[in-house]
Design a protein around this ligand. Sequence first.
Ligand SMILES: [Zn+2]
Length: 419
Amino acid sequence: MATLKIDMSKTYDQIECSFLKAIMLRMGFAEGWVELIMMFVSTHVNYNKSAISFSANMDEAAKGKQCWKLMTTPQSLVVRILKARYYPRSAFTDATLDGSLATTTVNCLMLPDQQRWDNDLVADVFNTRDAALILQVKVFPICPICSAANEFVLHCLMECLFSQSCWLLSSIGFVRSYSSFFEWIEQMFNRCSKEECKLAMMVCWRIWLNRNDKVWNGHSSRAQNLVNAAGRYLFQWQEARKRIFTIVELVQLGHGSVCWSKPPMGWLKCNMDAGVFNSQDSFSFGGVIRDSRGAFVATKCQCFPGLSSPREAEALAVHEALNWTKSLQISKIIIEINCLNVYSALISQSISPNGFGLIIEDCRALAQLIGEVSFSFIRRSANVAAHKVAMVGGSMSDLGEWRTVPPPWLYPMLAISFD
Ligand SMILES: [Zn+2]
């Protein structure tokens, strides 16, 4: 479905809106997903706009309604534009509603292949005041974030220094310069996992919201807050579809975060990960505990014989993290996991009748012995320290536990900036 939206004050935004949607559909995103994104986008730019839409497979009744609107509200803005563009010399009832309408955008008010308004057409369609307002809108304004370049889609979402720092933090990365937004998105879909692609679309959306917030309210987020908000929204959206628990709890724990952040006052945070080493028939546990100032507390690296599936290894690693926490006599801890399967099993009400289910059962029982334990799902990029420890677990030479002072090979992962 193509949507035509005419917005007096923000004509430019609407080009991006329909463009974004078309791209997402073309790249094969589920329609429900695209609708959700568009709902966010459209809600945000819901100013004094008129909208009308045409669909290739719109049923006759709906099409009839649209036509009825056109006939009964001949003075509405959108009708005047459509009329000038598609049937300037006849009444609507004599015109045919063909496929070309589906591509109607604000571009129609511009000179073909030129980046400026068609003054005559704008003057024909709008009254003097409205026409003057439209002609004042710069077709390609300066980027409101960096003020250093024209605000094309590619610049706004990718090339702006601020956007680049968001992409670097998001782990999706900004590899090189692209000739178009479309090229970037194509590469990303080839290169990244499904989950990363979803996150990328959320990051795009947050960059766009941030840009609007800057333009309309003078606010601007920090890159880390932006990517974490993207991660959290994606997680909340995924969870809302499963209806497990409330949003309030989700926000406080920072579920879905993309960058590591400090736990609240009075809490410790244990990041954990598992490694599976097929060639050695073994798997490992890596855990890193930090306090509410972000300071290093302890790390533990262990290796276990026997091969587990990645899911079982992750569950066993949670078990190990809980055992370790208990041995350190910690009573208030957030355990951060980057395996969504294990996280979901831990907080679900049901028990799977298999080996994996039994490990999860044991984890829950162990958590109750400790006191206050919160499980939190974070993205891999927020878990680099624990991941590093788990990988070292495969080398067999650096196993052990460190308290207060971390092992030298862990320094770079702890130095990654936060807050
Ligand atoms: Zn910029």
